[in-house]
Design a protein around this ligand. Sequence first.
Ligand SMILES: *[C@@H]1O[C@H](CO)[C@@H](O)[C@H](O)[C@H]1NC(C)=O
Ligand SMILES: *[C@@H]1O[C@H](CO)[C@@H](O)[C@H](O)[C@H]1NC(C)=O
Ligand SMILES: *[C@@H]1O[C@H](CO)[C@@H](O)[C@H](O)[C@H]1NC(C)=O
Ligand SMILES: *[C@@H]1O[C@H](CO)[C@@H](O)[C@H](O)[C@H]1NC(C)=O
Ligand SMILES: *[C@@H]1O[C@H](CO)[C@@H](O)[C@H](O)[C@H]1NC(C)=O
Length: 371
Amino acid sequence: MLLFLLLIIIISSSTSNEIDSDQPFQPKFDQSYETISVVVGKRALLPCYVSLQDAKNNELGSFKVIWMKLNNSSILTMEDRPINGDSRISLLHAYAEEWNLQIDDIDEDDAGVYRCFTNNGLYKTLVLDVKVPPKIINELTTEPYPSSIRTGSNFTIKCYAHGKPTPNIRLLSYHQSDNVQIISEQNQVTIFNISRHTNRRYECIASNGYPPDVSRSFQLTIQYAPEINIFINETKILDRDVFVNSESNEIRLKCQVSMYPAGKVYWIKDKNRFNYNYHIYHTENDIVSELIVTYFTNNYQGEYTCVASNLVGTNSKSIQLIDLSTTTTATTTTERSTTRYQRTKSTQSVTVPYSTESLRMMTLSSEGNLQ
Ligand SMILES: *[C@@H]1O[C@H](CO)[C@@H](O)[C@H](O)[C@H]1NC(C)=O
Ligand SMILES: *[C@@H]1O[C@H](CO)[C@@H](O)[C@H](O)[C@H]1NC(C)=O
Ligand SMILES: *[C@@H]1O[C@H](CO)[C@@H](O)[C@H](O)[C@H]1NC(C)=O
Ligand SMILES: *[C@@H]1O[C@H](CO)[C@@H](O)[C@H](O)[C@H]1NC(C)=O
Ligand SMILES: *[C@@H]1O[C@H](CO)[C@@H](O)[C@H](O)[C@H]1NC(C)=O
């Protein structure tokens, strides 16, 4: 049997299909080179049609066709049945002339060159081209939630996909406004000098014309040092000096801190850690530490510094609370109203004794618990 197969292979390659005129019967078939494209998982049908018009009955009996896969030198069918034990393979031989090879549930390894031979050395060659929809290669692609990144650093997003043909890659960036922008068509893109405001969400889409396209989202978490704003009541304070009318019966001094990851927030009054009727809470992105002075007197004058620190850094912001009546004792009422907005460094030197408060540090752990 093996000898017979070897023989036909040798004949087929040496005679290159010349028709021997001594032979009374030659089956004819289309010997064109054909490419069949099939998507992975589907069924492939490889046609082999042999014309038997001139055959006599006694010649048909000895007529044989075999199918081979050349890449792995494997014989797939012989006469009218599959022989390699692969249950996906069958021979469709409903008509005498038809010897079609069917392969179900195509996988990528089925790609290659197939040949349908007759026992007199004619053959037809087919290329089975297997198309593979894109699939993200996890080992080479950035994970969906990469560990947090510090401001100022660079970060490279990688996206690789397997597929046949090789998938095209698009990397999209999502802005807050839900605007989408293609930022790269390469497998890797580096975002330089990451800032707190760097777009947080990216998405990679791989496509090769054989659906479904696949995608992966990346959510970046950015570590940044505390950013501090001070408010009195609900007004954001931009100047260092704040003049307070001692008739104000309540002052809400608020330190709003934005930072990631969470860290400590505390107040210092005139170089001492300070704690007076405080209140600390979280908003969506921020930590707020609020000091409430229920009745403002001279004693509460001075420099109030809000200090915030996390593992990226420490920042602080100070304001100087000045009792309006103290600073204006030597001036007239009209002068007061102008200096109120023009006072600069000179007002910082105003020192007034204040009652020492019990000192307690407000520490906010990353879980948000007071320690
Ligand atoms: C050769 O390829 C065919 C079709 O892909 C497969 O069915 C067969 O198992 C392979 N044979 C070997 C020896 O790998
Ligand atoms: C099969 O073999 C042919 C010729 O030997 C080669 O061109 C082709 O790349 C091979 N295909 C695969 C899938 O190995
Ligand atoms: C970011 O990339 C730029 C350009 O390659 C390089 O000069 C810089 O040192 C990198 N920054 C960091 C923090 O690695
Ligand atoms: C990085 O960005 C910050 C602002 O976010 C900017 O001040 C700084 O100059 C930038 N550094 C480089 C090397 O571009
Ligand atoms: C802050 O608000 C309280 C009442 O909510 C008011 O009595 C007080 O005068 C305000 N303080 C300042 C400095 O505006």
